[in-house]
Design a protein around this ligand. Sequence first.
Ligand code: ADE
Length: 224
Amino acid sequence: MKIDIISVVPQLMESFFAHSILKRAREKKLLEVNVFNVRDYTNYKHGQVDDYQFGGSAGLVMMIEPLVNAIESLQKNTQYDEVIFLTPDGEKFNQKTANALSLKNNLLLICGHYKGIDQRVRDHFITKEISIGDYVLSGGELGAAILTDAIGRLLPGVLNDETSALMDSFQDNLLAPPVYTRPEDFRGWKVPEILLSGNHAKINEWRHEQSLQRTKEKRPDLLD
Ligand code: ADE
């Protein structure tokens, strides 16, 4: 899978993808991530990419030409399954969307900045608008990093244990069960005995019960 990202601050993004699971995914060539600087596509002086909004009001808006130049130049080489704009007024991102997007081949993510992007870009180029939560960030970059992480770890072969993404919280609308590792006893705080029993059927049953109980306690809305 390939994820291309258009941003005004590409430097902000590189380190997200240079460590841990996403690093491994890129090294194994299961995931390609490229970050493009929208300033490289502007014809305005001094690399200008934003301007005052028509009608007045505070805050700058990202101009249409640099963004369209960037999008169209990338579209010459790649047919994107979705062109996604990260925005607080988009559809709220969740595991279901991550699962669906992980089945695509090529995604283009557009990060807004300042007051947003010229509406005509949204009208004519964007196929999906996604928010990572009901709060306003200074740009879409963190959202793009979150999408890339959540999608990248679902790609077959990225996680060592193929089943481990299926056991994540939210995969069955349930939160994940508690997990433990060595030592078995720390200051008298013991690991539940069932986990040491070697009885996998019983362990799975216990885990499912714990998942249900956790979901009831912490996120009853998921059970509706
Ligand atoms: N850009 C600014 N705020 C955002 C949010 N909550 N989600 C996605 N992109 C954003």
